[in-house]
Ligand binder design. Sequence first.
Ligand SMILES: [Zn+2]
Length: 567
Amino acid sequence: MTILLALALLMPSSILARTDADLILHNGKIITVDQNFSIQQAVAIKGGRITVVGDEKSVLADRGPKTQVIDLAGRTVLPGLIDSHLHALEAGLSEFRTPLPRLDSFDAVRAYIRDRAARTPKGEWIVVPRTFPTRLRELRMPTRELLDVATEHPVMFDASYVVVVNSFALKMCGIGRDTPDPPRGVIARDERGEPNGILRNAQSLLKGIKPAKDFTEAEKLDALEKMLRLYRAAGLTSIGDGSVSPEEVGLYEKLKAQNRLPVRAVLTWWLDIARPAEDLIAAIRGAAFTTNSGDDWLKYGAFKINIDGGMTIGTAYQRQPYGPFGRQLYGQTDPTDRGQLFAPPEKSLAVFRAARDKGWQLSAHCQGGGAIDVFLEAMAALNRDRPIEPSRSHLIHASFQSPEAIQRAKKLGILADVQAAWLYLDAPGLEQVFTYDGMRYFFPLRSYLDAGVVVAGGSDHMIGYDKNQAINPYNPFLGMWTAVTRKTNRGTVIHPEEKITRAEALKMYTLWAAYRQFAEASKGSIERGKLADMIVIDRDYLNCPEDQIRDIEPVMVVLNGEIVYRR
Ligand SMILES: [Zn+2]
């Protein structure tokens, strides 16, 4: 070894970093998302980190004999995108064996049932894969009549916490006019008092439904890896998994140990608030991990509970009743129904307090305005002990906001974790329930930003492989386009006064999402010293016609300094 080389090895890497880059991308339009939102021409990478960002000359000076140099020919580069909230394993398994049909109308549901009935032994269950009434052309919750196209099979329509079954299934499971509602559940009934097929939180009454499908651990690992690769091809270099079980944590750890983790992952630890409070508190105290346990590739993020149900099925806990249209859209029989709170506020607070004391970032699924108020009230109570702001705790979804709640979130330092796809897909149906004026603070992105609330973008993807057709679509550019245009899939525009700029929409999927993950020092922008995660896209995000934003495709993905995807 020469003395010079020996000396070089002893030098701190920061000195070495200025020469002989591993990879240089140049002659491009690098949207850095740095403090000045500066646009640069080139970027150099070494050892998985960004070493120089700047003009051609300053970056190409780092070219060495082994440097891979890529001429971008003017193409745009963005920081690697971050989806703050999705469900990778569920999605990965959803089409692992069989492709899913597109269920967007009653006709499509009927056709699916007929098709399955022809291939399923009589008397065996047919399960219609998950869809929501807000996503059906009819904007109507089905009742048993729709599913009665099958007369010799029990049929279940899966709308998550609400399911609908056909007449055969009601009979087979012994559910009749005299069957009492199960605890916390409801058997919906028609005018004559007969069950109409809709079961809210009452799936326990169904007999003989096989647990979806049994997958081996190897299959689950393959499915998770496959899904994470699809995310990467969509331009995502980091994801936040929206609620993981211990099993899912184990799968992520195995992928990482086997060098098969295609993106960086931050896991949200979810506990079922229906369990007794003592159990939950014991689980929190006994856990060997908390927020930020892990590393740049895999770590724990927030602690999460569900405060209310869903707005797509009429169980989100609202400040006001769902009213008459709730009957059609959700099959609700009580027009004064405000939705469901999953636990008394005192219980949620006690659980949050235990999690806070263990160092967790706190979060909760809260869709209705009433649920948002419950979460903020709990945060305010904890804030009286000591400031909650440093925990970067956040509202998840927070679909039905109010100016008061936004101000309160700002004061407490609470973030918002939002999913623009809900606006794209569900706003038209919800507008029928709550009126256009009643949707004034539905995903109010402009109001959040004006108030100074940090907003992280995500999809809540849970089912399906296609990034634009999935439930929910995980194409980050569709999300950004929705945030910029406030357009829905039915061609309407919902409260354009809440539009945000392209730069702001990009920050939702980069720097602000990184902040939510306590990772803004290492991710979310293209700056010297940060992890080398970036994507090259097929058109200019800042200047292409507005309606083309949703069509933007990544042509190259660089993760940790390596080119991991090329179209
Ligand atoms: Zn979710």
